[in-house]
Design a protein around this ligand. Structure first.
Ligand code: ATP
Length: 473
């Protein structure tokens, strides 16, 4: 610290320093102004180049960044995809200002709507994303609109994606496709599922809230894994199907006795994939034109289900002759006329039709046939390459029972388990029958006893304990 006598000297030196600094900056401003005025553009550019060279030698040069602008304009799917993708990246924890909107979204396939909540950035907000070792920076920019930020009145919105120039190839070839597919996956997870039933040649949709999932499905664990893995592979194979020139579709034949979970498996697949279900009733169809219209009206990412395929074509013929008889009695109109003709839809016709139509229009389609009697099926359906996977839904095995015990009573273990395991190995009961027994009581002990007695009865074993008053239910 300076001594008191030195005070005035220090003050003077300080004032001189200030004056010097002021004059240096004044000279610098003057020099910049003069350079702009008097130096030719070429010389200025050369000076800038020289300066950047010095900087780069010193390692201080910033790498050149390029920017791609994605504007919000009608039909620019990419803007919506990027916004959805970013909504999943940004968080009120890390960003001080965010916008939250709650809007009604209309499903184009059937006109129904649902509500959706979306976080987005404010004007000037930015976030950084890392992909394959490259850093991508997103900036949200708004311009125009009225003073209340109403962009409907002439304003515009865009997302600016900037990156170091060395990543220019990555951005278009890999990063943008990645953003789009991530957004599509988020949309898929968010959307409310629907099940469509055909009323003649029109689909009628209702919300599909079936709770079945692969976790709650009682079936052989290895088979369950195989089905799930097959679906995963199918989803990832867009490019593969394109390369081999085949429609991006997959066929499953589910067979087994009634009550073994074929419908539950379909619901679990739909929930897993987030695909809508189109449950086709062939008996309601008059001819190929109806069928064609229904198939064309299906959206992508959907499952076409034809249940009890072994009797569908018989039923169709029966329905047709029934209508024919009544039409004979009442006498003709146009529709009656058609009903007198022979059935126009055959199984192989249907299959060829699906192959043809789906290879030219839709993608990501699954077709599922179910039957209780595989032996009765038309060989056209069993031909190699026709249905990609045959899934046998069988009687309740021990592993399947464990799933049901967990579903209904959260039971991992129970003193009656060993006996139930032995009985299940000896008798044929469907998961539907076991479920029904488990639902008889909310008390796990009682439910286990009820099931044991049921199984004993089935196996014809003597059940002494059943007649004891305290155990009887
Ligand atoms: N494998 C299973 N896992 C879980 N629950 C099952 C299973 N199988 C049957 N259930 C129960 O039984 C009910 C009827 O089963 P589901 O309709 O899925 O059988 P299905 O094989 O399709 O019968 P159907 O051939 O008669 O159409 C289901 O709602 C479910 O509660």
């Amino acid at each position: 610290m300076a001594a008191p006598s030195e005070g005035p000297k220090v003050l003077k030196a300080y004032k001189e320093a200030l004056a010097t600094a002021a004059s240096v900056s004044a000279y610098a401003m003057l020099a910049r102004g003069m350079a702009r005025e008097f130096l030719p553009d070429e010389l200025c550019a050369a000076v800038r180049w020289g300066a950047s060279l010095v900087c780069s030698r010193l390692g201080a040069r910033e790498k050149a960044r390029h920017t791609i602008i994605i504007r919000r304009v009608e039909n620019n799917h990419l803007f919506d995809a990027a916004r959805t993708y970013l909504a999943d990246k940004i968080s009120p924890r890390t960003m001080p200002r965010l916008r939250l909107s709650h809007s009604r979204v209309t499903d184009e396939s059937d006109g129904s709507s649902s509500w959706c909540t979306l976080l987005s950035m404010e004007d000037g907000g930015s976030t950084t994303d890392n992909f394959d070792g490259a850093e991508f920076r997103w900036l949200y920019v708004e311009s125009g609109g009225d003073n209340n930020g109403n962009r409907d009145r002439g304003g515009s919105e865009s997302l600016e994606l900037s990156f170091e120039v060395e990543h220019a190839d990555t951005v278009l070839e890999r990063y943008v496709p990645f953003v789009v597919s991530a957004a599509e996956e988020l949309w898929r997870q968010d959307r409310a599922l629907k099940i469509f039933l055909n009323d003649g040649s029109m689909w009628q949709g209702i919300n599909h809230h079936h709770p079945a999932s692969f976790d709650t499905l009682a079936m052989d664990p290895a088979l369950k894994r195989a089905v799930r893995d097959d679906l995963d592979r199918f989803l990832k194979r867009r490019d593969y199907y394109q390369r081999i020139g085949k429609a991006w579709k997959r066929g499953y034949l589910l067979y087994g006795p009634p009550g073994t979970g074929k419908s539950s498996l379909i619901a679990a697949m739909a929930n897993y994939l987030r695909f809508n279900i189109y449950d086709l009733d062939l008996a309601g169809l008059y001819d190929n034109t109806c069928l064609q219209r229904l198939l064309v009206d299906m959206s992508n990412q959907s499952i076409l289900v034809i249940e009890d395929i072994d009797c569908s074509f018989d039923t169709m013929s029966r329905e047709r002759s029934k209508v024919s008889e009544s039409a004979d009695a009442e006498e003709d109109d146009d529709r009656d006329h058609r009903t007198r003709e022979e059935p126009k839809i055959t199984l192989s016709g249907l299959l060829n039709f699906i192959d043809g139509l789906w290879s030219t229009s839709g993608e990501e389609r699954i077709i599922i046939f179910t039957t209780n009697y595989k032996d009765l099926l038309d060989p056209a359906l069993l031909r190699p390459g026709r249905m990609d996977m045959h899934v046998y839904m069988g009687y309740c095995c021990w592993e399947a029972f464990r799933t049901l015990a967990q579903n209904y009573h959260l039971l991992e273990d129970h003193p009656l388990f060993p006996e139930i395991q032995e009985l299940l190995a000896a008798v044929e009961v469907t998961p539907a029958e076991v479920s029904e027994m488990l639902l008889r009581s909310e008390d796990p002990d009682v439910a286990m006893r009820v099931l044991t007695e049921f199984l004993q009865e089935r196996s014809g074993a003597t059940k002494e304990s059943k007649h004891k008053p305290d155990e009887a239910q």
